[in-house]
Structure formats: C-alpha cells, structure tokens
Ligand binder design. Structure first.
Ligand code: KG4
Ligand code: ZN
Length: 334
C-alpha cells in the first residue's frame, strides 16, 4: 500500500505486481476560498481523511488489510504538518501489521508513476529525461535508473504550477487555477497576446518575471476597460498557457541537444495540461523524440505513484526503520 499526504490530497493505493488495484484520492475543497493551500487546515483535513481513505483503498482492492505485504509513505518533500499525518499513520499501520515500512521521496514518485503496469503503459527505457512540473517544482531530471536521478536544471524562483495558479489568481479565478487556465485556454487564440519569455540559463527556468508581466498587462488593460478580463478570458488564458508551454518546450529542446537523450517523460500536476501533451505528441511525430505522458490520474498528487515507488523499493528489500522522520525539504536525488 502507498500513502500520500504531502500537500492537500489524502490518498491511499494498493498495488499488486506493479498494477494498481485501487487508488483513492480525497481532495481538500477547503483551500479554494483562501486562494491557496493553508498548511494548518491541510494537516487537520488529512487527520480526518486518512482512516476512511485507507479503508476505502483496501475495500476497493477487494482485499483484507492482512493481505498487505508492505506500507510505503511519502517522507517528503511537502508541508511538514501534512507529511506528519501520513508518516505517523504509516508507521503505526506497518508496526500493527508487522510488515515492512518503506519511505518514498514524493518527487521520485512523480517520475516513477511511469513504471505503473497498465494495458496501455509505455514504460521509458534508461536513461531518459523527465520534466517534473508541479505546484512546488520545475526540474529537468536525468533518470539513469529507478532510484538514480540527476537534476540537469531547475527553476531559480517560482514553480511552473505556481505560475499557472498565480496567473489565474490575477484573473480572479479560484485556486488551483492551472486546470481552469487550461480549460478556458483551449477555447481561445494562443497568439492573441504576447508575454516576454525569461532570459536564464539553457536548462534553467524562471517564472516570477512572467507573473509580473501578466499582472502589469492585466492592470493596464483593466484600467482602460473594466470588463477586459471577462470579455477576453479565453484569449488571455490561451496566451498565458502558450507562453508557459513554449518555455517548457524550449528547455526540453536544449536538453535533447545537450544530452542527446530523446526519451522524454513529463511528470507532476502540470503534466495534466492539454497544451504540453499536444506539443509532446507533435515532437514525437516530427522531431524523433519518444515521449512518455502519464495517465491523467497519475499526474496530480496520488498514492498510486507512492505505491509503485514502494513496490520497486520492496523488490530491492529497501526498507526503513520505524525511527524515520518526515522531511519537508528533500531533493529528488536524496
Ligand atoms: O503535483 P501536484 O498535484 O502537486 C504538487 O506536488 O505541487 O501539482 C499541482 C499543480 C497546481 O499548480 C495545479 O494548478 C497544476 O498542478 N495543474 C495544472 C493542470 N492540472 C493541474 N496546470 C496546468 N494545466 C492543468 N491542466
Ligand atoms: Zn506532487
């Protein structure tokens, strides 16, 4: 079983021989009205959700808890209060069932979601490059083995998910705004407005300047026409999305040039984005890349990815001691 509680989703999943047999995710609606995740509220909601979510995952898998052979949990990175709930639960559960405990790195798990066995699964060969794009991270990772990863480049300020969410907030959209920018953007003209792309190193990202650019653009136009956002929402979203995805694709092109690795995967919440998916399929068709796009349900935070990472560690007898502690900061390489 995998247990995920790093941010605002409480999730439990049962995996058998690499195949997901249940994956229950409880989202926390409470944060929407605050325009972002409130850590204190997140840990309280995890505490309420964790027992029913674990019970449901066991029921949906049609097994008994005594059939479980190991418990994997997210050790970090994430919000400390949220991590503590999953970590403490997993420790007690493993101890009670007298089965091994497995600590999983959330960022590695996003990448390892590509190894979930599925009818249509396309499993990447080593080495491959993974663009990890989430609410907290934006990294280009070279994956040489399941647990051998190297960061080739990352953001020097905001994560790409934050760029989506903060842009959405400027437009008055609720949190998390990424999926809404995607939804409205699909109905608009991506070239309606131009935003300046950041000038940073070949494999580096920066999104804070873009956010300021969007804010200034909106402020200026709203001053001239108070209904500017409502009247042009689809075009604004399409143009923001286009700029962000252009930045991501530029960096992937630089990576392919530098590493000569053409097996390109994406992972993390933002890999649910329809535009990046489209652009990768284009690259596969026209540039000779082989692209790996996770199933929609394994993009945003979920426990199936923790379970597959745990399963791979289980095969290596890579267990952890009961004295293990949560870590709010943890690199993908740790
Ligand atoms: O991986 P994730 O669920 O949580 C973190 O570990 O951060 O990623 C959440 C992020 C949010 O910023 C959310 O707005 C973004 O993923 N996201 C999207 C889409 N779906 C989720 N961004 C753009 N387009 C989407 N379709
Ligand atoms: Zn995540």
């Amino acid at each position: 079983m995998g247990i995920e509680s790093s941010c605002d989703d409480t999730s439990a999943s049962v995996i058998y021989n690499g195949k997901v047999i249940s994956n229950v995710v409880a989202n926390q609606e409470i944060h929407a009205k605050y325009g972002g995740v409130v850590p204190e509220l997140a840990s309280r909601a995890h505490q309420q959700n964790i027992v029913p979510v674990v019970q449901q995952a066991i029921e949906q898998a049609n097994i008994s808890k005594n059939d479980l052979s190991a418990i994997a949990f997210t050790r970090g990175p994430g919000l400390m209060g949220s991590l503590l709930v999953g970590t403490s639960f997993a420790k007690s559960f493993a101890l009670g069932l007298n089965i091994p405990l497995i600590a999983v790195n959330h960022m590695q798990a996003h990448i390892l979601a590509h190894f979930i066995e599925d009818e249509n699964a396309k499993i990447p060969p080593f080495p491959f490059v993974c663009l990890t794009i989430s609410g907290g991270h934006t990294q280009i990772v070279k994956v040489s083995n399941h647990f051998e990863m190297e960061i080739l480049g990352e953001t020097i300020d905001d994560a790409v998910g934050e760029a989506f969410d903060k842009s959405a907030k400027i437009l008055g959209l609720p949190y998390p705004g990424g999926p809404l920018i995607d939804k409205y953007g699909q109905l608009g003209n991506p070239k309606a407005y131009q935003f300046t792309k950041p000038k940073v190193g070949d494999l580096e990202f920066s999104f804070s300047g873009l956010k300021t650019g969007i804010l200034r653009f909106i402020q200026k136009n709203v001053k001239e026409n108070p209904d500017f956002i409502q009247e042009n929402l689809h075009n604004i979203c399409a143009s923001i999305q286009h700029t962000i995805v252009e930045i991501l694709m530029d960096k992937l092109k630089n990576t392919v040039k530098q590493t000569d690795i053409k097996h390109i995967a994406i992972a993390g919440g933002v890999s649910a984005n329809s535009e990046i998916r489209k652009r990768l399929l284009f690259a596969e068709k026209h540039w000779g890349w082989t692209t790996y796009i996770p199933k929609f349900e394994y993009t945003t935070d979920n426990a199936a990815m923790i379970a597959i990472a745990g399963y791979l560690k289980h095969l290596n007898n890579d267990y952890t001691d009961i004295s293990v502690t949560s870590k709010a900061r943890l690199k993908v390489t740790e």
